[in-house]
Design a protein around this ligand. Structure first.
Ligand SMILES: Cc1cc2nc3c(=O)[nH]c(=O)nc-3n(C[C@H](O)[C@H](O)[C@H](O)COP(=O)(O)OP(=O)(O)OC[C@H]3O[C@@H](n4cnc5c(N)ncnc54)[C@H](O)[C@@H]3O)c2cc1C
Length: 364
């Protein structure tokens, strides 16, 4: 299922329904076929189209209907699984290459944003990693040592992460990280692909990718075939290979809450902790008075239960500030059993129901 089929809507808005050249109904050819019109697929298509290749992008849904619509858009050259762990597993050289690739990807997004004049709220800012209770006490020491060993410039100790009302203790500061609005960026990429002569076909479900000796033949569920010199499958989880990758994948579900906060009340930074899954916070510019605060929490097996006081405190603050409050669910492993009532009722406020209010959404 794509995110565009889910009931909840991301703070980024809906997927980009009206972009593209429509469905494909007859056999065709291209220099290169890209399957998937998310961040990965359109990034590949853009790089090819801008150097004059004839590119056809195929997606079973709309542009941006996959996970790209759900990302928190936190552009980090640190590593979720930690560089000290990667060095242990693969050695310093490979860890250095991974870091260089991550940093280069952010640089490339920044450059494309500038070259194509994409207004996607891209911003460079610092990231802060702090120790969560119950996690290994020397984890940050090992990570800063690893960062220095692989040449991650400027990683340093900071007195505390900039989270108002929270004493995080000493933490690591990663300079030159980034954030953006993913769907605004994707829209800019899609427009650029089309402008450079590429085609984007939506409602095009790929059922087969046949790699022959001198061409690749991509087959759709309506029987249409596209032949090309090359093909990239950028479907997040591969559709052309059912064994090599899928047996190494595990399904995860992350949860994020978005709420409006008065402009300037929360320092603009990326912050996250050392739990697995970790919590993180970032800001997104919204309007002249308010920013969006996006908070991610625990999910999946081992997720700690949410305490009622956390939710009721958020609800109380919303009531006080006249902010619309939507409570999605308690979460945990068996969500259908825990339900979504808080103090005997559900909370489904949205700006459409109460236009004068600001929005806070707890979302899965
Ligand atoms: C809550 C959450 C927070 C996240 N936060 C971050 C973050 O802060 N930073 C970060 O870097 N990453 C983050 N991620 C991960 C990030 O969102 C994804 O890695 C990224 O968006 C994947 O992009 P993609 O183009 O590979 O896949 P998608 O955006 O999922 O695109 C794949 C496309 O392939 C299409 N497709 C699938 N099968 C077929 C088929 N058979 N035929 C045709 N088309 C097909 C789909 O319709 C879809 O449009 C987060 C993810 C989530 C869910």
């Amino acid at each position: 299922m794509n995110a565009s089929h889910e009931r909840s809507t991301s703070v980024w808005g809906k997927s980009l329904e009206h972009i593209g050249s429509g469905p494909i109904i007859q056999d065709a050819s291209a220099d290169f076929v890209v399957v998937g019109a998310g961040l990965a697929g359109l990034s590949i298509a853009y790089e090819l189209a801008r150097v004059g290749r004839q590119v056809a992008v195929l997606d079973r849904g709309p542009v941006g209907g996959g996970m790209t619509a759900r990302t928190t858009g936190h552009l980090a050259s640190d590593l979720d699984d930690y560089y000290h762990e990667l060095i242990r597993l693969r050695g310093i050289d490979e860890a250095r290459q991974v870091h260089q690739a991550q940093a280069a990807a952010i640089d490339r997004i920044e450059a494309i944003t500038r070259e194509e004049s994409i207004a996607c709220d891209f911003k460079r800012l610092d990231g802060f990693l702090y120790l969560a209770p119950g996690t290994e006490p020397d984890l940050l020491e090992r990570e800063i040592e690893a960062c220095h060993a692989i040449g991650f410039a400027g990683v340093a100790w900071a007195e505390g992460a900039p989270i108002p009302g929270r004493e995080t203790g000493r933490c690591l500061r990663f300079p030159n990280q980034g954030r953006f609005h993913p769907l605004k960026y994707l829209r800019g990429l899609a427009d650029a692909v089309l402008r450079h002569g590429g085609r984007i076909h939506t409602d095009a479900v790929v059922t087969g990718v046949d790699d022959k000796s001198n061409e690749v033949v991509v087959t759709l569920d309506n029987g249409v075939r596209l032949s090309a010199r090359g093909c990239a499958v950028a479907t997040n989880s591969p559709v052309n290979d059912r064994v090599a990758i899928h047996t190494k994948q595990a399904p995860y579900r992350s949860y994020a809450i978005a709420g409006r906060v008065p402009r300037g009340s929360v320092p603009d930074a990326l912050t996250w902790d050392t739990l697995d899954a970790y919590h993180y916070v970032r800001l997104q510019e919204h309007d002249a008075e308010h920013d969006w605060l996006i908070v991610g929490g625990e999910s999946g097996p081992g997720a700690r239960p949410m305490e009622e006081s956390w939710v009721s405190s958020l609800r109380d603050q919303c009531v006080e500030e006249d902010v619309a409050f939507f409570f999605k669910q308690w979460g945990g492993v068996f969500k259908c059993r825990t339900g979504r009532e808080l103090e005997g009722r559900t909370w489904d406020e949205m700006p459409a129901h109460s236009p004068s209010k600001k929005l806070l959404v707890l979302k899965s």
